[in-house]
Design a protein around this ligand. Structure first.
Ligand SMILES: *[C@@H]1O[C@H](CO)[C@@H](O)[C@H](O)[C@H]1NC(C)=O
Ligand SMILES: *[C@@H]1O[C@H](CO)[C@@H](O)[C@H](O)[C@H]1NC(C)=O
Ligand SMILES: *[C@@H]1O[C@H](CO)[C@@H](O)[C@H](O)[C@H]1NC(C)=O
Ligand SMILES: *[C@@H]1O[C@H](CO)[C@@H](O)[C@H](O)[C@H]1NC(C)=O
Ligand SMILES: *[C@@H]1O[C@H](CO)[C@@H](O)[C@H](O)[C@H]1NC(C)=O
Length: 263
């Protein structure tokens, strides 16, 4: 047993690590020359940027690229598409599935610097960069009198949660986070940037509400806001598991709603 473990660790000095191939080094050089953002190679900064919520998702890209705006992402995509470079995208990296937000022997695009929070002048919507944490976004809008549905854990970032559907503490009131998106700014595989909304690229708009990273790279999302006193009623409700569970749930949902209205 001990021998087997030793042999294993000699073969794989770091679990899952494989030497970067020449092909992806060329891709890293190309994005570096394209000057689209910082390009991190293995080292201290790279290690810090490659941390994931779960170690199961931590892989070893040849380099990490950190664009600062949508144009930078579009330019990166054009370079990577032209050279057929394998890549992964990461906003918060909270998904534990290996390959969901990192890659071995490829390029990881890290959105941490695409982090704006902008409330529209009519206060009906907020535009968020996919690399912002929910905590950053909430802090920016604190005391504005409006709120919006977002993640329940402050360190998760905007992109992955929104595109995966997204449960919010406000979901009983307004639904999933994705239900409240009014517009996605998307970089297509061609490098073209489009807005997908109910009127423009509406099929893409629909597909992205749960589509995760499958249909393009989303860089900014516009989410509708609602007036809020800043108070949130919380708690949990437990139902006995029997034939009447559904009825119980309906009854208490009505009770909760009526209680809320009386307050
Ligand atoms: C947000 O992005 C800007 C660059 O676009 C960067 O200077 C800043 O440090 C980022 N903020 C955080 C909290 O990461
Ligand atoms: C919002 O403001 C309140 C009171 O001013 C403060 O207690 C709270 O921590 C703030 N929340 C965030 C996310 O900044
Ligand atoms: C997307 O919409 C925003 C806000 O309306 C606008 O500033 C931007 O130019 C649009 N982008 C494209 C590619 O149409
Ligand atoms: C929607 O598409 C039309 C026509 O393609 C374009 O003129 C308009 O600027 C787009 N709107 C947004 C918000 O991108
Ligand atoms: C289910 O509801 C019916 C009608 O209200 C009631 O007679 C029955 O006792 C309930 N059963 C359980 C297990 O609570």
């Amino acid at each position: 047993m001990a021998l087997k473990v030793l042999a294993w660790s000699l073969l794989y000095p770091t679990f899952g690590y494989t030497m970067p191939s020449v092909g992806t080094q060329k891709c890293c050089n190309a994005v570096h020359q394209g000057r689209v953002g910082d390009v991190l190679r293995p080292g201290a900064e790279y290690a810090a940027a490659n941390i994931r919520w779960s170690v199961t998702a931590m892989l070893h890209p040849s380099c990490i690229i950190q664009p600062v705006d949508t144009a930078g992402v579009a330019h990166t995509v054009r370079i990577l598409s032209a050279a057929a470079c394998p890549f992964a995208v990461k906003s918060g990296g909270h998904t534990p599935t290996p390959g969901a937000n990192d890659i071995n022997n490829g390029i990881t695009i890290d959105f941490r610097y695409i982090n704006e929070t902008t409330l529209s002048s009519d206060r009906r919507s907020v535009t968020l960069g996919v690399g912002s944490t929910w905590l950053q976004a909430y802090t920016q809008l604190n005391d504005t009198g409006v709120a919006f549905p977002g993640g329940r854990y402050g360190l998760v970032r905007v992109g992955g949660l929104t595109l995966g559907g997204g449960l919010s503490f406000f979901s009983p009131k307004v639904g999933w986070v994705a239900d409240n998106v009014l517009n996605f700014e998307v970089v297509l595989a061609s490098g073209e940037v489009v807005n997908a909304s109910s009127t423009n690229h509406s099929h893409l708009f629909r597909a992205l509400k749960g589509g995760s990273s499958n249909f393009g790279i989303v860089t900014r999302v516009k989410i509708q806001t609602f007036e809020s006193t800043g108070r949130l009623w919380g708690g949990s409700v437990a139902y006995p598991c029997n034939d009447n569970t559904t009825e119980h749930a309906k009854t208490s949902q009505r009770t909760i709603t009526m209680t809320k209205m009386r307050r």
